[in-house]
Design a protein around this ligand. Structure first.
Ligand code: CO
Length: 146
């Protein structure tokens, strides 16, 4: 188990756009394992690589008993709307309501480079949208509706 430091929102790295992963190799698996340990240690339900200072399009979400590792993820379909409370490991002591799609279909790769397409809804969709925003330097505080 290896913990990495969480990058906070006052660090300019958090606003940078992450780059696509091209190598599905041991350093990527180490990054994923470290991100997961760091997320769990900090009681998070999602984490993006940029949050540990790595500008790669890699996210982990764990919600409703489902652990997702998404590499180079892309939302290819959205349905409905929901507004829910969000927080972020990189934004201390702040929560706010954000509008997200109710259901999304995501195309991504797993840690071995296998392509997958999955549809998630409800809180899992919120968590995936939140983490995908991180890959483009967007924080939930940019989208708070109340
Ligand atoms: Co976040």
């Amino acid at each position: 188990m290896a913990l990495r430091n969480i990058i906070l929102s006052d660090n300019e790295i958090i606003r940078k756009k992450s780059k696509a992963v091209s190598q599905f190799d041991a350093p990527l698996w180490q990054l994923l394992d470290d991100m997961y340990d760091t997320m769990v240690q900090n009681n998070g339900c999602g984490i993006a690589a940029v949050q540990v200072g790595v500008l790669k399009r890699v996210v982990i979400v764990e919600a409703n008993g489902l652990k997702l590792e998404l590499i180079n993820p892309e939302i290819i379909a959205k349905k409905g709307k929901q507004v829910g409370m969000e927080g972020c490991l990189s934004v201390k002591n702040t929560n706010g309501k954000v509008e997200r799609p109710y259901e999304i279909t995501v195309k991504a790769f797993d840690r071995y480079g296998n392509a997958m397409t999955l549809t998630v809804c409800d809180f899992t969709a919120v968590a995936v949208c939140h983490e995908l925003d991180h890959l483009d330097g967007i924080l939930f505080i940019d989208k708070i509706v109340e």
